[in-house]
Design a protein. Sequence first.
Lengths: 472, 1002
Amino acid sequence: MKNHISHLIFQSRFYSNGIHLKRYLKTCCLFLAVVSCSNFIEVDAPKNVLISETVFENASTVESAMANIYYRMREEGMATYGLSAHLGLYADELDYYYADFNLLSLYTNSLLPENSIVLEYWKNTYSIIYATNDVIEGVTKSTTLTVEEKEKFKGQALFIRGYLHSLLVSLYGDIPYIKTTDYIENNTTARRPKNDVYQSILADVVLAQSLMTTDDPTGMSVIPNRSAATALLANIYLKLENWELAEHNATELIEAFQLEPDLNKVFIKDSKETIWQFKDDLITSRNTFQANQFIIKAIPGQTYSLTNTVLDAFETDDLRRSSWVGSFTSNDGLTTLYYPYKYKASLSDKESLEFSIVFRLAEQYLIRAEARAHLGNVSGAKNDLDVIRNRAGLEATTAATKVDILDAILQERFVELFSEQGHRWFDLKRTGRDGDILGAYKPNYQPTDALWPIPETELEINPKLRPQNSGY
Amino acid sequence: MTKNHNLCRRPRIYACCLFFLSISLTLSAQDLLVSGQVTNGQLPISGANVLIKNTNTGVVSDFDGRYTLTARPTDSLQISYLGYTSLTIPIQDRSTINIIMYEDATALGEVRINAGYYSTTDREKTGSIARITTKDIEKQPVNNPLGAMQGYLSGVNIVQNTGVPGGGYDIQIRGRNFINGGTVPLYIIDGVPYGSLSLESADISAGINGADISPLNAINPSNIESIEVLKDADATAIYGARGANGVVLITTKKGKAGATQVTVNLSSTLGQVSHFLDLLKTPEYLQLRREGIINDGRGDRLENPQFNYLYPELKTWSQNRYTDWQKELIGGTAYRNVAQLSVSGGGAQTQFLISGGYQKETTVFPGESNYKKASALSNINHQSSNERLNITMTANYTSEQNQMPRTDLSGVAYRLPPNAPELYTPEGELNWENNTWDNPLATLEEDYNVRINTLLTNVGVAYKLLSKLELKANLGYNTYQLDSYKLLPNTARNPKFGFTPQGYSSITTNNSSRNSWIVEPQLHWKENWKDLDLDVLVGTTFQSQTSEQLVLKGRGFSSNSLLKNIAAANSMEVREADDSDYNYQAFFGRVNLKLKNTYILNLTGRRDGSSRFGPNRQYGNFGAVGAAWIFSEEAFLKTNKILSYGKIRGSYGTTGSDNIGDYKFLNTYNVTGSNYNGTLVLEPTGIFNPLFGWEANKKMEAALELGFLKDRIVINTAWYQNRSSNQLVGIPLAATTGFGSVTGNFDATVENTGLEIDLTSINIRSADFQWKTTFNISVPKNRLVKFPGLETSTFSSDYIIGEPLSIIRLYRSLGVDPQTGIYQFEDYNQDGEITSLDDRNFIEDLAPKFFGGLGNTVTYKNLSLDVFFQFKKQKAFNHLRYASAPGILNNAPSYFYDRWQKAGDIAPLMMATSGGNFSLFPSRFNYSSSNKAFSDASFIRLRNVSLNYNLPKGNNKMAISIYLQGQNLWTVTKFDGPDPEQPSHVALPPLRQITLGTQIGF
């Protein structure tokens, strides 16, 4: 309140002018004093904003904070459409038809550190990781949530934190593991060796697994629960060649879920084999991104089509070839292209028919088969493999030795999991075959392409992330 | 006599009669009764002072400009009126003396200049104030006041962003001060701050007007009396935290005492695109296309019908067809019809003005798109009979409706293959040519519609407590309401996609509003002693602004006929639901001391509090000192015949900026409007920093003002240096923090220096013939002075210490390699590779080097002609920025035919490519970011020509004038794009407009 100053100025200048003036001035100053109040410039928070502390005061707002995480994971797409399409291009699953420079660079394995997809994945993923850390910290500090609520949310957030780091480490190699919201610390964080990162992931996901239950209140696996953590653990243990734990975790799921016998029902939203999926809802009035992206409705107008490598990989009687591969022929009848047709509903009318699946049971059978083969249990491996083959209308595998059965499992993973979550690319990398197989199909492919570059701008902001991955 | 007159006039009439009576009574033998009429040549001037020289006796001319007084035959009459050159006329025994007064633009000491909280004159001002008045505004057929200012004001750089009606403008006053970009000045309309940021949503109108709708469109230029632009510290410091980017004061017309004056103005404008690009014709285009496919190693596809679908332009479309798509899509004529009616008048105590206008403007696009605007202004002034109380009330209401296609057709007009098919089938349906192309006119079915209602009101109350002490209060309320929608029916998309209304059709709506009120009580004290004049002002401001925006998208309709009803959508999505409050409080003051009319000292200050900052950071202090020495008043110059006026002035002070958006200091979660699995989404808003504070902007100015030959020539020269520090920037963060930046004060300094020269010269002035010239030029220079840690920051590729903020880094092109046919670039670090970080080292600047205007006004009897040129020296991205390779699908300028074809060729452009050869990508893209893609875009533009003829007055006293005006008539430039003023290759350039109109006054 500064009006006493003006009051003083006038008092002194006019003092001699007599009593009338003083009365006037008093009135004026009173006027100024009444209208000015010190908290005039403090405004209420807007209606569309909640002050952070209040978010963690009750379970429903924390649920909203988690909903943000799932919403962003779905919309920003790495776990939904992104990996399926982008790594399909990067490996040998998809051909590309548009002239988007960033996608072309993926397709031609000539990524630059400035590539916008390389940057978007890095940026968006760490941004969602921030949100998980904010939930973990907020829930931990909260004095009003019950123990059960705290465990549920913390379990979910830890699981997502682990899952996202596992995607990053598969793409970029050594990365920082972010466990706090402190921006000063995170701004200058350093990359940690891949194996360290995996240890942190395991720590998070194992803890998450113990905090979460197998309850699925929605009945559609659209919020991750203990089973999702178990599926992720099986997947990671396989990568880390911890065959016992891979088998152990896969078994837990195989005992709890059932395969969907009809191939045409595997990807519908209430498929029995789905372990975790993202709900695509009517608000955006569409079914899955994958269906919108892959299904060819016009030539020209196509973005992707399946490569001959994929088409040739199917055995002759494989039902997946007819159920999960679609085709489109141009108006003039001269051009026919094929596309992934696992997700079939590309536009919605009144109701979504399919959601985006992250983990499903078939993968767990194949994980367990591979783990068992490595553990010397060839017949157990064969059994698991044949479950998948039988569903696709194929005879039991003829592979008999450990080496043969491992090859057969990889081949089966290719045709079962094509155009899903980048499985093809990760499998080739994991088994060290990326150089041979991709090198033959894609002339530009070099061994250093096994890792994406760290985004250039990030290296500039935080020099501790240097050096760049080799080859870039 | 009084029966037929308006009530308002009565007091004045009685006063006149009484006065007349009293004169009659004192008439004596040797006195002479002198009468006559004061006019400006056509219209009466009421309120002019007619004084007998060397006496205190005199009268004021009445509403018809008439006067009567008694004087001795040997006396002289002295006639003066604000803004007109004073005259002295000897009576010489005449009893009737009609007086014609001339408006005097160089009446330095008489014309009051609005400085916001106070007014001053050119002669006495200590600060830098540029000004444009109704005289220059009404000559220009523009929709937005900013359009009328272009080129007229030194130091003010204005660019019209689009030729689409209702679009926005960019304005920079004395350069860019802040790294975070904002150059928006503070707009004050009749004393009330007015939010100038667009409330349109990019979801809705990004394609047609870049979501940029200037709220200033609501101010009808013909209702404007004057626009003042405050530039230096002396003028802006009283606006404290909002003054850093300058202040634009808009004053609307006020009622004037005198006969009730009715003015009708009718005009019709034709507008067309002023310049079309010279693009490839069909044979050349197809030749390049074919050559590109062959060069890409895909020649076999030309014969293979399997690939027909990829190249319809070569395979299925007619090879001989040619359409000038520019003519077809943006070659129409836009019509604007304007009707304006105003009534003003009143007596000594009360004056009024009522003005209404309506305009309708169409576009150069095909179809029925149009922009409509209706506006009303009313103003009442009242002064109590004891002259103590003064009340002014102004209300301005504008309603706009703009209906446009969803996308500007300019971009597609430049890009479409010249042999692209017919737009319509013979049946009149959109032609999709067997689904081989996206028909550009489909966008006409994608309706964009916006309605804007604006109400600006203000009341000014002043009460004289004592003869020299006045209590004032300025109260204002503004409301701006924008409602828009965009329709995307499935029928506007290629049928090949098989879209249905259920699956595809959508509507997006935006309901936005901004309301603000302001209360500003003030005390104003004037005192004068013998040689000293004192003027003191103190006041306080309370301002509150609330904004709301709700953007909804509804998708899936059972039929397109329901599309406008969002309630009929299958699903609805909230795209944006924002609301914000902004409160602002200040104390301000001014002390002005004037000694002997020669030495002037002006002190201004303000203490500002803003809700945009966190606790304990809300207040900031700002202030300035300005001084002037009118040296022509000194004895040694007072009688100088040549130099009639000379002043040196200077100012120094600080202003600030809180232009960072609301609530940035709070740690919050945001309701985004989305949900997941039925659960509302709450998203962390960002990393919060409760500690940021005001940006500071220190301004310094020195100026010399000279008037020669009784001020017939006036030259003002100003030099300024503005330094902005404590920059509020999004300090970049590593992505591992979860966010891109955190808002904070950054210890970087940006400097703007410049020289501005304004010249006015009355070359010839006689009763019948006048010729006046005005000229202004601004030479701005922007420089980044300090930026700690620039090299290691994310800004390292954007800025360089010592260079302007507006630099761009480019590759240096070495032309086309005669052997390989692709572009070569200088390898600055000689590592054998061309990389963005190391080799983009060719520095260019986007900001203009200098700009200004030259105007000439010639008046001969009833005819007057104005010719105004605008000029700007600048560089801009040319066509190569958007496409650098011949042979791609999009059409290109005809010089693209001059390409490399075989080894040994020396050619300006690379080999043709169809776009399918990935190995050519780096070369193509680097060329678009090379010095070759950035070239001279300087221009001299005949911005305005206005010819006005006043019909000789008949007996009915009607004053009729007819005018012909042209805007943007002719341009000299080397620029290869559509328009150098707004060097975009996708937006409709500002149109060339010719207006024919008439004004009738009675």
